[in-house]
Design a protein around this ligand. Structure first.
Ligand code: E4P
Length: 218
């Protein structure tokens, strides 16, 4: 499963990319607004693309199809790594088809149901982003949604990649792995939680303490 970092913070991205922990990046307008401050968001997208050798999702902010397509084409010109993100609306799906016809990869975002995911796949989406955490937030079952989309895509041979999004904790990642999601995007905090285990830390401390007693070098 591909692991994406869900951030526009270049320092965070650099750390994870240097350690080869990530396969790509997702951003959204809220994350970009936080990171860009007074700077130009396009400069940040370019910096991210140069830092990570993989897909970098950059979201349009228009809500009408033609303007989404214009923005999407502008974003795609920034770098080959850019994947244009469009919301799962009627206009978003129309923009998805138009951008795909132009050879531009599209991530259809804000997906909360199997029927939405089905329509996005029919519109040629490269990635579908079901927001599991936000489904859980309203007492739904975000992971059940991932499993259902997996089944539907497999039933009909859709090649759209399932990108589990709005990941809040490592169990979301475990379930994504078990259910066969193609990718999961998460904040840096969750990424490093995947790496940590208290028994690794205590085991290492014990090994090092024993070795120190020996008083020799390797
Ligand atoms: C995905 O592409 C979104 O940017 C993200 O996962 C949303 O996560 P949130 O629900 O934690 O804001």
């Amino acid at each position: 499963m591909k692991i994406f970092l869900d951030t526009a913070d270049v320092a965070e991205i650099r750390r994870a990319a240097d350690a080869n922990l990530i396969d790509g990046i997702t951003t959204n307008p809220s994350l970009m607004a936080q990171a860009a401050g007074k700077g130009d968001p396009r400069d940040i997208f370019l910096e991210i693309c140069k830092t990570v050798d993989g897909p970098v999702s950059a979201e349009v902010v228009a809500i009408e199809k033609d303007t989404m397509v214009t923005e999407g084409k502008r974003l795609a010109k920034i770098h080959d790594n850019i994947v244009v993100k469009v919301p799962l609306t009627e206009d978003g799906l129309r923009a998805c088809r138009a951008l795909r016809a132009d050879g531009i990869r599209v991530n259809v975002t804000l997906c909360f149901s199997v029927t939405q995911a089905h329509l996005a796949a029919k519109a040629g989406a490269t990635f579908i982003s079901p927001f599991v955490g936000r489904v859980d937030d309203i007492s739904g079952d975000g992971m059940e949604l991932i499993g259902q989309i997996r089944q539907v895509y497999d039933n009909y041979g859709f090649e759209t990649e399932i990108l589990a999004a709005s990941i809040r904790h490592p169990q979301h990642v475990v379930q994504s792995l078990l259910l066969g999601a193609d990718c999961a995007t998460m904040p840096a905090k969750v990424l490093y939680q995947l790496l940590k285990h208290p028994l690794t830390d205590s085991g290492l401390s014990a090994f090092l303490a024993d070795w120190k007693k020996l008083g020799k070098e390797l």
